[in-house]
Ligand binder design. Structure first.
Ligand SMILES: *[C@@H]1O[C@H](CO)[C@@H](O)[C@H](O)[C@H]1NC(C)=O
Length: 193
């Protein structure tokens, strides 16, 4: 009984911690791979089933900029396209999907799913999406880590060989020294013969 309680508490705390993190963080990173498509699923409360749905870019300064938005308040599934942006709203699933085709470098930035409540301010659906070039990170990793790794491996190799070499030479030297007549004993031996 007491055991299950103890097991239950950390689980509850972990759950609270995770949900707290999610609420505070509210940003999700996605890789920007040039030429690929980005697909984001935006989940909303069914209370907003008939409201207009939008995909916005959040600039570092100034108000969010709407890239695509549904234009009817019907409850039937909707599909709107605007250039490289595609928005499909399925009110029966309380979700809409946003697809950005043929990603470009310039697409890097912060985005958000929103419920357009105009003239009131839109309701943002967390998490926001942080789109960032991942190739750059990989390139930096290759450039910075590869020589270091090579140096470490080379040093390891040299040290290893050096160690083996010194141990072997010590053994060899010892072997030679014991094989050779001891210089201290030599006079005694010569005197005996
Ligand atoms: C991106 O989406 C478009 C439209 O849905 C599709 O024609 C294309 O094949 C997709 N490209 C990739 C790389 O998935």
């Amino acid at each position: 009984m007491g055991r299950t309680r103890l097991r239950g508490w950390p689980r509850l705390l972990l759950l609270l911690w995770v949900s707290g993190l999610r609420a505070a963080e509210e940003e999700e990173s996605q890789c920007l791979l040039e030429g690929r498509n980005l697909t984001v699923q935006c989940l909303y409360n069914m209370l907003f089933a008939s409201n207009l749905k939008a995909w916005q870019r959040v600039p570092s300064q100034g108000p969010p900029q709407t890239l695509i938005r549904t234009n009817t308040t019907s409850l039937s599934p909707k599909k709107v396209q605007n250039g490289r942006y595609l928005l499909e709203d399925d009110p029966s699933n309380s979700a809409f999907n946003v697809t950005v085709t043929g990603l470009r470098r310039q697409d890097a930035g912060l985005y958000q799913c929103a419920i357009d409540l105009s003239p009131r301010t839109p309701r943002v659906l967390p998490p926001r999406i942080r789109l960032a070039l991942c190739g750059g990170g990989l390139f930096a990793f290759d450039l910075s880590s590869l020589p270091l790794l090579t140096i470490v491996l080379a040093c390891g190799f040299i040290l290893n060989k050096g160690l083996v070499f010194s141990v072997m030479s010590v053994l060899l030297w010892k072997g030679c020294a014991s094989g050779k007549p001891n210089p201290g004993k030599q006079p005694a031996e010569t005197s005996r013969s």
